[in-house]
Design a protein. Structure first.
Ligand SMILES: Nc1ncnc2c1ncn2[C@@H]1O[C@H](COP(=O)(O)OP(=O)(O)OP(=O)(O)O)[C@@H](O)[C@H]1O
Ligand SMILES: [Mg+2]
Length: 279
């Protein structure tokens, strides 16, 4: 079942006892090299629960590497990631997924020979007790779980506005719709946080505006969003907080209005024209 979680925005991070709220994710001193190339150099920042936090920076800044480290695909050379205060550095991706962290990929990773609904059901199966293999065996409990999984998947297709495409092969959808299917699949695992790697890449203007609305609605239900994105108008419109990377270094972190006028950030983005800095 979709759980409605309390929304705690970045501006409301004081706990009921007056102290700062515990970050949902904490990235601390993360360093990682590929051979001789330093992809991330001592990067630290926190993600507060219930916010949209964007990670921006030019191509090769280390954004996807950072996502791969947070989600367990890469073990960093140095540094720590905590999730709800507990260290998760080096845990395998499926363990991190079970803790409540889900993600989408820069390059779409859908099952082309399956329907839209089946693709989303894969996400929901990650939290079922039986798993996909047991479902294939069709024991009564598995049949019941299968039915529930379909209902969950349909509900999340509704969240992204694609319920009327449920039974179509995913391959016939537009690129923008396929990105929404990936988002619905991430939602179906009932995550506390979703990492979105360039969700607007390849989308037209209308699709991007729609995506922004969908991401904001999901945040408003209390799911924290960590967003890597090159589309600066989308980032500025929907983010609560932004961290900027450049050549693997953390160069700035602030609310969108402050990032927009940050001199270092303006220099990094095309030597001054920040608003046209969309890829
Ligand atoms: N598997 C790898 N092997 C070697 N080098 C890599 C690998 N993955 C990333 N890199 C390098 O690490 C650096 C950071 O890459 P990364 O993909 O994290 O950047 P990014 O900020 O996501 O860029 P983009 O905006 O283009 O997606 C780049 O110089 C890249 O070439
Ligand atoms: Mg990337």
């Amino acid at each position: 079942m979709w759980k409605f979680r309390f929304m705690v925005t970045e501006s409301k991070t004081e706990s009921t006892f007056g102290g700062p709220a515990q970050p949902l994710i904490s990235v601390s001193g993360v360093r990682h090299s590929f051979g001789g190339l330093l992809a991330l150099d001592n990067v630290s920042f926190d993600v507060q629960p219930g916010c949209i936090k964007a990670v921006i920076g030019p191509n090769g800044a280390g954004k996807t590497t950072l996502f791969n480290i947070i989600s367990g695909l890469i073990k960093p050379d140095e540094g720590q990631i905590t999730f709800r205060g507990k260290p998760i550095t080096g845990l395998p991706p499926h363990r991190i997924g079970k803790l409540g962290l889900s993600r989408t990929f820069q390059n779409l990773s859908l099952f082309e020979n399956m329907t839209v609904l089946e693709n989303v059901m894969v996400g929901a199966h990650r939290r079922s007790r039986s798993g996909i293999l047991a479902a294939v065996l069709h024991f009564p409990r598995q049949r019941r779980e299968e039915r529930e999984t379909r209902e969950i998947a349909l509900r999340h297709l509704e969240d992204v506005g694609l319920e009327d495409r449920a039974d179509l092969p995913v391959g016939v959808l537009s690129f923008g719709q396929r990105r929404l299917v990936e988002l619905a699949r991430a939602l179906a695992s009932d995550p506390e946080v979703i990492l979105l790697d360039e969700p607007a890449s390849g989308l037209n203007t209308w699709e991007t505006i729609n995506l922004g609305k969908v991401i904001t609605q999901i945040r408003d239900r209390g799911v924290t969003m960590l967003l890597v994105e090159h589309d600066m108008s989308l980032v500025m419109d929907i983010s609560d907080h932004i961290v900027v990377l450049n050549f693997g270094e953390h160069v700035a972190e602030d609310v969108p209005e402050a990032i927009r006028s940050n001199k270092n950030v303006i220099t990094i983005y095309l030597g001054g024209d920040f608003d046209s800095a969309s890829d």
